[in-house]
Design a protein around this ligand. Structure first.
Ligand code: GLC
Length: 799
């Protein structure tokens, strides 16, 4: 019997006293009298791995989550002991291991306790399946806060909650509902303003309890596998998040168009309908790059086939859409219809690629096409086969992206909504049951899809999206948050989910804008699009059962609001692309909850609504009907209201007026925000000029702008352009220096510099130490100066 509470430890077993230890390179092994071995590996000075076995030896070490290219190396590793403890000391962390019970605690080098065992590691033997339920409990403090854990639809701060990781097709989920589609067993703790992280790399069903059951205890446990967790020390949350993202992997850059706006519905068909939708976007001048085909494009929901009645010539249609700037993205599901006349099914059977039950029969379950078998994506050979299936779609038909759905895996008409637990999986040569492979199944499907799309899209970049994911899935795919509901509560949920996913290393995520189930009012849709354009993945999707959800399904005002905000997203594309670049190169989350932005300010620890988009833009959605504004918290520093240019000082809660066509947006003072002209799709226009909006600050601020060819892999060979702008503002002076890196030559020639809130009148201007006439630089409007893009120093002197 599996217990799912760490308190029920009547039959629990604990490590006994340590009788031996040995060091082997970067690892230290501790052996207890009752056969427990604890292996502590130092990966970096502030990153330790803890692995336990209860049988005296370890099984082969294998993880789908850990990126083989993760950073390793430390400055110091010393092992010492006294009468009661062993000590492992690096330049950042001290780990004490108790000789009598293997309990450990982690301290910083000033001896502040960061994380300390309560019961520590313990386990329950499992007669039914073999192995153990492995458990860990830690002491937590009253003021401690917790974040992370992927897509949980609950308060951003997880303090007081119990959560479960078991990927589930959770149609029309509600607030606090557990579990959801994704499984990201990683959390960040914040104690005494110092942050640390824990990644419990275990794909079995896992639970996390953050002082829910007992006030000063946090715990996590799994229904099998090893107690195997990583500890990250901050003290900055930024260090924890970037280090976790480095360990579990960073994606490649998506094609820039993937950061544009996407339109989806279940389903757009036939061809004439798809074209009508695409045409309407162009007619109404609402930018759009992605158009989706949901399951009805297939022949009887058979993957890799087309319904020729609806789509007689897909290649022609995709090409015509492409001419108008639309990239076609199609859905794929894991269920393969059992049908002797269907080549994909036949190939799967002939090669033994489908999952089997414990005693040999194929795993059979109902999904859209009826009875299906399911590829075992945890088998590398099956992934290769699956990847190859995309040849026609991508190389021949010209599809640009693939949408992986139902990969929890979802099964219809059964109470568990998924496979029975006895289903067998290869797990890359570590055969196991579904208990272990369930949470990773979706990621391996998305990975196989990614490999196929990448291969056939080359030399262009692939675009892949998934519903289910485990830690590390970000290496292969973007994601969305599944079947949400057109309700105000779900707008609140979407805002939190996207911040949480960003903190969990999986920032390239969006919600179904407007809600998937049910029908939004025009107002709700407008408020959702106003938030959605600030999410890394921006797509409207709906079940289509209750009405239309294109912008024009609502009134004129909603159309105008949609255009205004989607335009803004397209203007901000270089800013968005730069934050993506910082994510793929340094692991920096694209959205930053306020607590990430300023963990020293306790006011931020429970904030949920406001977030930082990239590094310098503060956004706060309107989450209620009939709103004329809202209260919100402005974090420390000076900020400019984006709409009025009015300056506010942070560190306080304020009321912000906000009409129907606005939401509160603030820009950090000193920021230089790049803007492209509005385009109807990425690459529509060649432009000669890029705008830099310069928000004056008396003081210093650095801004960066990353650009490249917007697709392809030349950027990896140095063909990118990274501009670093340093702004220094004084009473009657403003200096902007530019440093350029990379070999890519951008197509435009000049910057149109918009000086916002310059506190003085311009007397003279020097560019690279040469005085230039102001009149030569100004084009009608006093605020704008047009200057060559390659300036090194712009010096503006006031009266
Ligand atoms: C699932 C997906 C949804 C999709 C539908 C039909 O419910 O989550 O996005 O539209 O299946 O394929």
């Amino acid at each position: 019997m599996i217990t799912n509470t760490e308190l029920e430890h009547k039959g629990d077993l604990f490590p006994s006293k340590i009788i031996n230890f040995e060091r082997d390179g970067d690892s230290v092994f501790f052996y207890s009298e009752n056969n427990v071995v604890l292996k502590i590996t130092v990966l970096r000075d502030s990153l330790f791995r803890f692995r336990f076995t209860t049988k005296g030896y370890f099984n082969a070490d294998f993880s789908y989550a850990i990126d083989e290219n993760h950073t390793r190396g430390f400055n110091k590793l010393e092992v010492s002991e006294d009468e009661n403890f062993y000590f492992i000391t690096t330049s950042k962390v001290i780990c004490e291991v108790g000789k009598k019970d293997m309990k450990h605690r982690l301290l910083d080098v000033e001896n502040n306790v960061i994380l300390e065992d309560e019961l520590g590691f313990h386990w329950e033997e499992m007669y039914e399946y073999g192995g153990n339920v492995v458990k860990m409990s830690k002491i937590s403090k009253d003021g401690e806060s917790f974040y992370g854990l992927g897509d949980k639809a609950t308060h951003l701060n997880l303090k007081g909650k119990r959560l479960e990781n078991w990927a589930t097709d959770q149609y029309a989920f509600s607030k606090d509902q557990e579990p959801l589609y994704k499984s990201v067993p990683f959390y960040i703790g914040l104690k005494d303003k110092k942050a640390y992280g824990v990644f419990f790399d275990n794909t079995f069903r896992t639970y996390f309890d953050f002082a829910h059951e007992r006030r000063n205890v946090t715990s996590f446990w799994a229904e099998g596998g090893e107690m195997n967790y990583y500890f990250f020390y901050g003290p900055e949350m930024q260090d924890v998040v970037t280090s976790y993202t480095d360990l579990t992997g960073k994606p490649e850059l998506p094609p820039l168009w993937a950061l544009g706006y996407h339109q989806c519905k279940w389903s757009y068909y036939p061809e004439a309908k798809v074209k009508e939708i695409a045409g309407k976007f162009r007619e109404l001048q609402i930018p759009c790059d992605g158009i989706y085909l949901d399951i009805d494009y297939m022949d009887g929901f058979r993957c890799f086939t087309w319904n020729k009645d609806y789509f007689p010539d897909p290649k022609k249609m995709v090409a015509e859409l492409a001419e108008d700037g639309f990239k076609t993205i199609v859905i794929i599901d894991p269920g393969i219809k059992i049908d002797r006349d269907y080549w994909v099914y036949n190939e799967g059977i002939e090669n033994d690629y489908f999952c089997k039950r414990a005693d040999g029969p194929l795993m059979k379950g109902k999904v859209w096409p009826g009875e299906c078998n399911f590829p075992d994506y945890t088998n590398p050979e099956v992934r290769q086969w699956w990847a190859g299936l995309f040849k026609e779609l991508i190389s021949e038909i010209g599809v640009k992206g693939v949408w992986n759905d139902m990969n929890e895996p979802a099964v219809m008409e059964v109470p568990t909504k998924t496979f029975p637990l006895d289903v067998r999986h290869d797990y890359d040569g570590n055969p196991c049951s579904h208990r272990k492979a369930h949470n990773i199944y979706g990621t391996q499907m998305a990975r196989a899809t990614y490999e196929g799309v990448k291969k056939f899209a080359y030399p262009k970049r692939p675009f892949v999206i998934t519903r289910s994911a485990y830690s590390g899935a970000q290496k292969y795919t973007s994601s969305w948050t599944g079947d949400n509901v057109a309700s105000w509560e779900h707008l609140w949920i979407a805002n939190i989910q996207m911040q949480r996913m960003s903190l969990s290393g999986m920032g390239f995520t969006g919600s179904d804008i407007g809600g998937f189930a049910e029908q939004p009012s025009g107002e709700l849709y407008a408020r959702w699009i106003q938030l959605g354009v600030f999410h890394p993945f921006c797509r409207t999707h709906s079940s289509g059962h209750h009405g239309e959800q294109e912008p024009w399904a609502f009134d004129e005002e909603v159309i105008n609001i949609t255009r205004k905000f989607v335009n803004l997203r397209y203007q901000l594309l270089p800013y968005l692309y730069t934050m993506f670049y910082q994510y793929i190169s340094e692991g920096i989350p694209m959205l930053k909850p306020l607590v990430y932005f300023d963990q020293q300010d306790p006011q931020t620890h429970y904030r949920t609504d406001e977030f930082i988009f990239g590094n310098q833009i503060l956004v706060c959605p309107i989450l209620e009907p009939n709103s004329k504004g809202r209260r919100m918290y402005i974090p420390a520093g000076e900020w400019y209201n984006y709409w009025t240019s009015e300056k506010v000082s942070g560190g306080k809660e304020i009321w912000v007026d906000s009409q129907y066509d606005e939401i509160p947006v603030f820009v950090k003072s000193g920021a230089i925000i790049p803007k492209y002209p509005v385009q109807q799709y990425v690459g529509e226009k060649d432009f000669d000029e890029v705008t830099l909006e310069v928000y004056f600050k008396s003081g210093k601020e650095t801004s960066v702008v990353y650009e490249d060819a917007q697709d392809g892999y030349d950027y990896a060979k140095g063909r990118y352009s990274l501009r670093t702008f340093k702004l220094t503002g004084k009473e009657n002076e403003l200096i902007i220096t530019q440093h350029k890196e990379g070999k890519f030559v951008t197509g435009y020639h000049s910057f149109k510099i918009n000086l916002i809130n310059l506190p003085f009148e311009i007397r003279s201007i020097q560019i690279d130490n040469e005085e230039v006439s102001i009149l030569d630089l100004q084009s009608g409007n006093d605020n704008f100066l047009t200057i060559n893009k390659d300036f090194s120093e712009l010096h503006i002197i006031g009266n």
